[in-house]
Design a protein around this ligand. Structure first.
Ligand code: AMP
Ligand code: MG
Length: 412
């Protein structure tokens, strides 16, 4: 049995970022860019006004005030998107709208609110400083300036910038294909008639959902019967993936065949069993060249193990630098007892309480108790050596949605 850290390191060492693909900037949202982006054009392209008002020469408004306005001839009207035709000379101004290019000769814009128009003239009630209310060409981005660096995550702000630069496609890391193979004679498909002796193969769905949530492309291979031939056939179908996840059949039961297959020639089993609860009977190896994480079958075990080991591996393939969920410190709302030796991941509900956070367990922690996951938004991580953890002590909680924004409903 190995520690959670060692298991994590050995799994992560087996993955590297996938190659690049050209993607539309909308589809690139949340993904990691694989190229440096330089501005191919200046933003803004021309000097323009940032206000509705009058473009003028600052010198012409010197000394202007409410009681003694500067009065200028209005020689032009410049809506946004047009080209100014006239040059502003001394004593002249042009009415100008936000975003419209600054006419030659002008070096300031006075806001509409500080002026009053009368016929072909305008009274300016305030002084103006050079450059006021003007955005100069290239002030936002200069031609050739580095805008986005390889390795950054594309957020809506980057999408806006890329659009401004006229870049509709960029290179991002490919999304890994994650094959999911379920095992067990007791499993039925989601749409088969229910039976008291059978269990719906829900893990194919939870694991697919988790794979998709962190950016992978899930490939549901289906259910393998607890027979070597059937399992091999399903594994063969899974081998075009970047990572295979199996669930079930990796414990010490009579029909737990996954480990045997991993130990056959051509395959590898790097380790089996991790000092954690839930999720202890996890195996990691390869089928041919394709890495496989064999998860235990209980729904909670497989999800908690995915969170710890598979999500970081998928994020690494996607090119991310931050592979781990955020952890926060929270005050424990109840006593928890555990045995020494294993790291426990306890399904919990964490909420803000003023400046602090409070966390309570979601009740029965059996690894087949699905509601303990449904009610949870985090996992309390109790270290190997801990035995009794008292109410009001501070514990580490791994957030399962990376924020405290999406809370399970208060009814829980
Ligand atoms: P195993 O790891 O194969 O011993 O399975 C442990 C428990 O998890 C058993 O009660 C299984 O019925 C259940 N289980 C295994 N695979 C799945 C699955 N794909 N979906 C839901 N439950 C499962
Ligand atoms: Mg089984």
């Amino acid at each position: 049995m190995i520690s959670v850290e060692e298991a994590m390191n050995r799994i992560l060492d087996s993955f590297s970022p996938l190659g690049l693909e050209k993607t539309s900037i909308i589809d690139a949202l949340g993904r990691v860019i694989g190229e440096d982006i330089y501005a191919g054009r200046a933003i803004p392209p021309k000097d323009h006004s940032t206000m509705d008002g009058y473009a003028l020469r600052a010198a012409d408004a010197r000394g202007a005030s409410q009681g003694d306005p500067a009065v200028l001839d209005v020689i032009d009207h410049i809506p946004a998107g047009t080209v100014p035709k006239l040059r502003i000379e001394a004593g002249q101004a042009a009415r100008i709208m936000t975003g419209a290019p600054l006419p030659e000769g002008a070096d300031a814009v006075v806001r509409m609110e500080e002026t009053r128009k009368a016929g072909d003239r305008v009274a300016v009630f305030t002084e103006a400083s050079q450059g006021q209310n003007i955005r100069y060409a290239g002030e936002d981005a200069r031609i050739g300036e580095k805008i986005i660096s390889r390795g950054e995550i594309i957020r809506p702000a980057e999408v806006e910038m890329l659009a401004s630069l006229g870049r509709s496609f960029i290179l991002v890391h490919q999304r890994p294909l994650i094959a999911i193979v379920a095992t067990g004679d007791e499993l039925i498909n989601i749409d088969e008639p229910p039976s008291p002796w059978k269990i719906v193969c829900s893990n194919s769905y939870s694991l697919a959902a988790m794979a998709r949530e962190c950016g992978g492309i899930p490939l549901q291979i289906g259910i393998a019967k607890d027979r070597r031939e059937d399992l091999l056939a399903k594994f063969r179908a899974a081998m075009r993936a970047d990572l295979i996840i199996s669930c079930g059949g990796v414990s010490v039961g009579d029909y737990d065949l996954v480990k045997e297959i991993l130990q056959e020639p051509g395959n590898r089993m790097h380790f089996w069993q991790v000092a954690m609860k839930p999720g202890r009977p996890l195996a990691f190896g390869s089928l041919g060249d394709v890495p496989i994480v064999a998860l235990p079958g209980n729904p909670v075990s497989s999800m908690v193990s995915f969170e710890q080991f598979i999500r970081p591996a998928i994020l690494k393939m996607l090119g991310h630098a931050n592979l781990f969920r955020r952890t926060v410190r929270a005050r424990l709302g109840e006593d928890i007892e555990k045995k020494q030796g294993m790291r426990h991941f306890i399904r919990a509900r964490i909420r803000r309480d003023g400046e602090d956070c409070i966390v309570v367990t979601t009740g029965n922690q059996g690894s087949d108790i699905r509601m303990s996951m449904v009610r949870a938004n985090g996992l309390i991580i109790l270290p190997e050596e801990a035995t009794i953890v008292r109410k009001d002590s501070m514990v580490t909680v791994q957030l399962m949605d990376d924020s405290l924004e999406r809370m399970p409903s208060p009814g829980y």
